[in-house]
Each structure stands twice: as C-alpha cells, then as structure tokens.
Design a protein around this ligand. Structure first.
Ligand SMILES: [Ca+2]
Ligand SMILES: [Ca+2]
Length: 209
C-alpha cells in the first residue's frame, strides 16, 4: 500500500471514530430530570396527588393509596416532598414509578426519618423484569434527607418502594434520572459513522494493493 492510500485510510478511520464518539457523547450528555415537587407551591400538609404530571414517568400505588404532595419546609429538599397513603398522609403506602423509556442514573431522597437503619425497601425492574430489592437505609435525623442511590442500575423501567417501617413513615423527594434513549442527532452520527465505514471498505476493494 502506498503512502497516499494509508493517509486516506487514516483520515476515513478518524471520521468514523469521531462519528461514533460524538454519538456516544450525545447519549452521555443528556441532562438529568429532577422531580422535586416544588412546582406545586404551598399546598399544605396534605396536597394534591401526583400521577402523570411529569413527562417520562407515571406515579402510582396499590390499593386505596395515592401519592400526595406535602408542603413541609425543612423536611425534604425545599418546600415539598411526596408521601404515599390514604386518606391522609401516613407515608407508609407503596410508591411505584413506571418510566416511559428506560432510565439510568436513578436516585432519590428518603425524608423524615425518625429511626436509623433499614426502614424501607425498593424493588428495581430493568427492561421490564425484576432485577433486585435494595435496602433503603436512613440516618434517623428528621430534617436530614438520605440519598437512595440506584445509579448502579441501567435501563430501569420501574421501581417499587415498599415495606416502610420508619416511625411516622417516610417521604420521597428529588427523583433524579436520565432517559437512556439516544436523541435523533445521535442516530444521525452513528449512521454517518456506518456510512463512512462502508465507503472505506469499498475504497479498499477498488484500490490496488
Ligand atoms: Ca422538594
Ligand atoms: Ca418518619
């Protein structure tokens, strides 16, 4: 192979690599969604229920329980957090999140803990199938939220928080996640990379060795 052909191949390989790298970067750079319930404003101790108010996720519960926004400054992050129960806020009902598209980087806050240690459980479902049950460990400081970090899981399609034993129940705040679906420009860059790959292969076939 002569020097010019080697140079052309190097340039083509560079473009292909750049195409794939930019595609990958678009996936990784998607801004996380943070649901902190502050948009509801001051709704009092027992406010409205949350179901489909936030794009990309549906909140539900089981039996007669509903997810209620509660305004109690100093307990969660900001004014509002989520508490599940019915008819009032006992904060011991199950909280279920179903994501429209699989998510990664998932975390949330457990708020209003009165006891320390494992005070609730969370089931994690990946690509629609049960993956694991994680302990929700809290510190027992009522005004200090505890982070529940599920970022080790990718392609999470739903979570179910249950078996809350903490005194007075637990609330939830700052559900944070990134939707792991490539954006249209990502597909364009990947296609460009594939196209260049085909072009380079064709050129190699035509070139004398
Ligand atoms: Ca909040
Ligand atoms: Ca509590």
């Amino acid at each position: 192979m002569n020097t010019i052909n080697s140079f052309k191949r190097a340039v083509a390989t560079g473009f292909i690599s750049a195409g794939f790298a930019m595609g990958a970067a678009s996936v990784a750079s998607a801004a996380p969604t943070v649901i902190g319930f502050e948009e509801f404003g001051n709704v009092g101790i027992s406010g409205p229920t949350v179901t489909t108010e936030y794009p990309g996720v549906v909140f539900s519960s089981t039996g007669v329980n509903v997810n209620i926004v509660s305004s109690q400054p100093g307990i969660g992050d900001g004014l509002n957090f989520l508490c599940t129960g019915s008819p009032g806020i006992n904060c011991v009902g199950e909280t279920i999140l179903n994501f429209t598209d699989p998510v990664s980087g998932l975390s949330f806050l457990a708020v209003g803990s009165n006891n320390s240690g494992v005070q609730a459980l969370v089931d994690v479902f990946v690509n629609g199938a049960f993956a694991a049950t994680n302990n929700i460990v809290v510190g027992g400081l009522f005004n200090t939220p505890d982070l529940v970090d599920l970022s080790a899981f990718n392609s999470v399609t739903s979570i179910r928080i249950h078996d809350i034993t903490d005194g007075g129940g637990l609330g939830w705040d700052n559900f944070t996640f990134t939707t792991a679906v490539p954006e249209p420009e990502t597909y364009a860059m990947l296609l460009l990379g594939l196209g260049l790959l085909g072009f380079a292969a064709q050129r190699r076939k035509e070139m004398p060795v």
